[in-house]
Write a protein that binds this ligand. Structure first.
Ligand code: ADP
Ligand code: MG
Length: 513
């Protein structure tokens, strides 16, 4: 006759075969085979423990089953096995073991108390397993629910924030979205108003072509495209053409949106209309130029009169002398004419207000030209100008006339800060990808208050000053992507430091339309 102990051992030994007997849940046969593969190892162990519980110490087996259920609960939630499936497997194992017990006791005619004893043990063990699994799932659900509530709250907040940003963008800016080929996919009402196109006319158009104004150089446009393609944000002022052909200026920030591989799949552009601001700048720049040229005229006249006087004298001498001397005089005359030519052409550089041409040029040469031009004025004022330059200066990409004007303004200010004469020291040196220019004088210097205010339009401490020179300088350097630093002490002097990127951002002259 088989005892409970023997049946238990048998179950333990044959655990693997028992796993094969697990039946599917009714009506769900397809899924079942997948789940069965996932759990077969676990069920093998459960059968072993059940066998152990029947044949040996039931408490030890119960402990083991508890641990098993914890681990199995964890695994089955990880493997996304639904609770009813997990429970089904556990109850199926009871069906199989009960079947074995029933059969064994029947064949061997065991006494009822033995059968009841075995059945009780089996129920105890199965109960333990099922209870642990349910507890595990309940905790899991509870935690998931909490986490979801948190995420929902976070989502609510960020959706609110997104909505605020969206409103700000739509109400407060001129706004458009383009795809990776620069085709317009979204615009707001302000954008339509400014460009005078309807939304229907704009969607699908090439953003670069439809507003093309012809104001910007190819290199300027290429530079923007390159920046965005490399995933960088671009900011600057752009001149575009509206539907009626009129031009408008927009301060533009273009933000590329990158996919996970880092490729820009669309761009958002946020713009502010700065057309009016540009017009004001234009007026200021013009009046400053007029005043500069007026100031220069006296010095220039003097400079031209000197060589002219010597030419006149030499011409009178020519006929009265021999051929050899004539050649000598001719050379001097030619040199003097060249000098006049040079002065006039420099004056033209400053006078020409609308010629805008970005190019690579030698800034050292331009500085030297300005110094040469101002030398006579400096001599009159007892001012010594020195210029220290590095040998291998890189070329600078920018608007030559505008940058020359900056140098001119700086030297002119320095000279005016030296009423009793003094020194102006200029220097130019390359510093990692930048060119650093300094204009330093040992003149009257500035108070802190003055230093704060310079660059404001019409701020001047001179009775015949315009207070526009530095404003124009700051604007020009800013348009070239550079900076100006001022260091000044009263009665000691002033130093202006201009830093320009070698490949200056190719901005354009606000006057050029
Ligand atoms: N090198 C300098 N030394 C002392 N003060 C200066 C110097 N450069 C500029 N400033 C101060 O800045 C003011 C503004 O200069 P600017 O804009 O060129 O106008 P303006 O020369 O017509 O006064 C000057 O009036 C002067 O007070
Ligand atoms: Mg000035």
């Amino acid at each position: 006759m088989e005892s409970c102990r023997e049946i238990g051992s048998k179950i333990k030994e044959n655990s693997k075969q028992l796993v094969d007997k697990l039946n599917p849940i009714k009506n769900l046969e397809t899924d079942f085979s997948i789940y069965k593969t996932k759990v077969s190892h676990w069920m093998d162990i459960l059968f072993q423990y059940l066998g152990e519980g029947l044949s040996e110490n039931v408490q030890t087996a119960e402990e083991k089953i508890k641990k098993w259920a914890d681990a199995f609960g964890q695994r089955s939630t990880d493997m996304e096995i639904p609770l009813d499936y997990a429970l089904h497997f556990i109850f199926e194992s009871r069906v199989i073991v009960s079947g074995i017990l029933e059969k064994e006791f029947e064949t061997h005619g065991s006494k009822a108390d033995r059968a009841i004893f075995a059945a009780n043990r089996l129920n105890l063990l199965i109960d333990t397993a099922a209870r642990s699994i349910v507890t595990h799932y309940t905790t899991f659900m509870h935690n998931t629910k909490k986490a979801l509530q948190h995420t929902n709250r976070d989502l609510d907040i960020s959706i609110l924030e997104l909505n605020n940003i969206r409103t700000a963008l739509f109400e407060g800016t001129i706004f458009s979205v383009t795809d990776q080929d620069d085709r317009i996919i979204q615009v707001n009402d302000h954008f339509c108003e400014l460009t005078q196109y309807t939304r229907e006319e704009l969607i699908g158009q090439d953003h670069g072509k439809i507003f093309f104004s012809g104001v910007h150089s190819d290199s300027f446009i290429n530079h923007i495209q390159q920046e965005i393609k490399s995933g960088r944000v671009w900011n600057g002022e752009i001149c575009n053409k509206a539907k009626d052909g009129s031009l408008y200026w927009v301060d533009t920030t273009i933000v590329p949106f990158l996919d996970p591989v880092g490729v820009a799949y669309q761009h958002i552009s946020i713009q502010y209309d700065v057309t009016e601001k540009k017009k004001t700048e234009e007026i200021l720049l013009k009046s400053e130029k007029v005043s500069l040229i007026g100031d220069l005229a006296a010095g220039i006249a003097h400079e031209i009169r000197n060589p002219l006087t010597s030419i006149a004298g030499l011409v009178q001498l020519i006929n009265e002398s021999d051929q050899e001397k004539n050649t000598f005089f001719k050379d001097i005359i030619l040199t003097e004419i060249n000098r006049i030519n040079f002065i006039v052409s420099e004056l033209m550089v400053l006078a020409k207000p609308h010629a805008v041409y970005f190019s690579w040029f030698n800034i050292v040469e331009s500085i030297q030209n300005v110094i040469d031009l101002m030398q006579p004025e400096a001599n009159l004022r007892n001012v010594i100008i020195s210029f220290e330059k590095e040998k291998d200066m890189p070329l600078v990409y920018g608007e030559k006339n505008q940058l020359t004007q900056v140098i001119f303004n700086m030297i002119k200010n320095a000279m005016e800060a030296l009423p009793d004469g003094g020194k102006i020291s200029l220097s130019a040196e390359p510093v990692d990808g930048h060119v650093v220019l300094t204009v330093k004088d040992n003149g009257v210097g500035m108070t802190d208050e003055q230093q704060k205010r310079i660059g404001e339009p019409f701020y001047t401490t001179k009775c015949n000053g315009t207070g526009l020179g530095l404003m124009v300088c700051f604007k020009i350097i800013q348009n070239h992507g550079g900076t100006i630093l001022v260091d000044s002490k009263q009665k000691e002097g002033t130093s202006f430091q201009i830093t320009l990127p070698v490949h200056a951002v190719a901005a354009v002259d606000p006057l050029h339309k």
